[in-house]
Design a protein around this ligand. Sequence first.
Ligand code: B12
Ligand code: SF4
Length: 472
Amino acid sequence: MHRPITKKKIKKALLIRPPTTLPKKDLFSGVGEPLGLLYIAATLERKGYLVQILDAQLHFNKTIKKDHITYGMKNSQITEEIKKASPDIIGISWFTASNEHDVHNICKLAKRINPDTPIVLGGSYPTLFPLEVIRNPFIDYVIMGEGEPRFPKLIEHINNDQHINANGIISKDPASHPNANQPLEFIKNLDELPFPSRHLVDMKKYKDVNSKHKFADSPEGLLIATRGCFNKCYYCCEYKKSGTKIRHRSVKNIIKEIRFLKNQYGYQNFWFLDNNISAGKKFLQELTAAIKKENIRWSIPSGIYPDVIDKKMVKLFAESGLESLGISVESGSERTRKEIMRRTMNLDNVFIIRDEAKKYNLPVTGNFVIGILGEKKADILATLDFIEKIDFDSAYFYIALPVAGTDFYNDCLKRGYLPKNYSNIDEAMSFKYILNIPKNSDDFLMEPKHLEKIILNFSKTLKMKENKKKRK
Ligand code: B12
Ligand code: SF4
């Protein structure tokens, strides 16, 4: 039988996003409202619980330690905020392996304040490594997958002193651990969710903190239209967390949220943070047509799968206020895309999209990844060649980084290619080739220095081209 940590009936929850630590060389990439926590807060509020949010990144402070910088509140401030909130339960978000230190630190601080307050972890990392996370002495429960249905369910279980036997929830009690191996259940109808409880955070402060960090590219409103992904890319694990089907909200529900954000906060510029918003041509067409009537600016930072775009769609995008059309090409080498990355897409269509977009002055940008395990020099040159030929308005390229939980990471681990000192924090680095592959191995690509030099030279040429275009 599961023994509760607290005897108190839970009425008050505190949801925390920890500060974020990055390698010194990485640039701070902005802070926006923690949508996942705000969604959970809204569900809890709907059920009558009192909820507070502590966004420890919503504070301008940099703590520099050797090669890393922690952005966000200091321990003393976090401790004070937790004491002030005096919660009956604490939920903490754990995004990627790179946040391990920050998460562990917050759990420790919280347990020091009151060891009886249950600590619940959720987010991408605990979803992928639940049994590892529950071993942490400061963590009492792990919630996998979507937190909205599970957090209230956990509170009910604790309040009723029940054994935890629910999909995606585990406790210290080993009897609950088989839950970690069951296939995750997902919310079927996303429209049933209340909008994120943005009233629980100081929304005006995000822009302020971003500008103090010199992060200029600050959006106004953040939204999610879909969850899940139909792809199983080698370097991603989203499908393991959110399911292999894209579930989308109705267009009506999305527009209602946009209008709410316009009226409540005066927003005119929106970012859709979807992993892969490409939930079919029909959905994208209907959404874009509805957005066009709202007279706003909008962006899709993760980019769009080119196969769902045709000429008609490009015109609609241009008319709808889309800031730029981001296309997730990832590699110019067909071998890399299909055989390694598992991304089947039609690149001929990308040329058609680009030409069409030019007609409407809609900037086109592309995302590219190089140096993934199995790539050869010829594949990298094919990507650089593609970038030159396609002549996008901007191209962003990253050196492949094995994020814990991905098949890419697992293969690197198995073959011993992760550097000995590869700390979780390094996961946040996207501009360094970190794989340590012996020269005599078939997987050997080239010396990291050599790869970084190719990228540097290519970036310089690309920048020069972009500047020339701007001057024209
Ligand atoms: C915004 C974002 C960022 C922003 C964060 C800005 C900020 N601080 O505000 C920036 C640009 C900095 C960023 C950086 C990175 N990111 Co990012 N990012 C996202 C993005 C696009 C949106 C997050 C979001 O709001 N999701 C929507 C909400 C509804 O979902 P959610 O957050 O997952 O929350 C749900 C559940 O996870 C769960 N849950 C979450 N927290 C909690 C807490 C509790 C207590 C409970 C019970 C449940 C729970 O319930 C929520 C509601 O259902 C996601 C993609 C995505 N769509 O999720 C990627 C994503 C999270 N990022 C990812 C990655 C890999 C990175 C980087 C490592 C990339 C890199 N190499 O540089 C860095 C890490 C930097 C760092 N150390 O933090 C991966 C994580 C994969 C993983 N863990 O394995 C994702 C999933 C993208 C992907 N498909 O690969 N990112
Ligand atoms: S990289 Fe994008 S398309 Fe591929 S699995 Fe992840 S979310 Fe889906």
